[in-house]
Design a protein around this ligand. Structure first.
Ligand code: ZN
Length: 143
């Protein structure tokens, strides 16, 4: 286990662009406000989605598409840095018209219908993702 202590900075409330890619919109928000690290929570709806599931044995992401309108019943995530760029890590729980839920790691291809997002800025040491040999994932360095 590793951990670090951060202070809470600004709270930024945003309405994401209709038709925009969810991850691109979130990264653009981080760039616009200069948020180096933060926590994300949101809700809304997607026109369609692309989610990923991490195969812990094969150490690869498998992706699947949901070609239907979906409610964002939960959006949880964080902002940090990776390869010198702003990076958003987002997980979604999405509900279909009959109430069934799908979930996973948000991949490029989640198209916003409407999304209300709250970003809580975290102030402290640099929060940078680097490759982790054990998991194969880009995890936070120095924690
Ligand atoms: Zn993930």
């Amino acid at each position: 286990m590793g951990s670090g202590v951060f202070a809470q900075g600004r709270s930024i409330v945003a309405r994401l662009e209709h038709g925009g890619d969810l991850l691109d919109e979130i990264v653009a928000l981080a760039e616009r406000h200069g948020i180096e690290a933060g926590a994300l929570q949101g809700l809304g709806a997607l026109q369609r989605a692309r989610l990923a599931y991490y195969d812990q044995t094969g150490k690869t992401y498998g992706e699947f598409a949901l070609e239907q309108p979906l409610e964002i019943t939960a959006l949880a995530g964080n902002l940090s840095r990776r390869d010198g760029e702003h990076a958003a890590h987002v997980h979604l729980t999405l509900a279909a018209s009959d109430g069934r839920a799908f979930g996973g790691h948000a991949a490029p291809g989640c198209v916003v219908f409407a999304c209300e997002l709250v970003v809580t800025e975290l102030l402290g040491q640099p929060l940078e993702r680097v490759h982790d040999e054990v998991t194969g994932l880009p995890l936070w360095r120095g924690l």
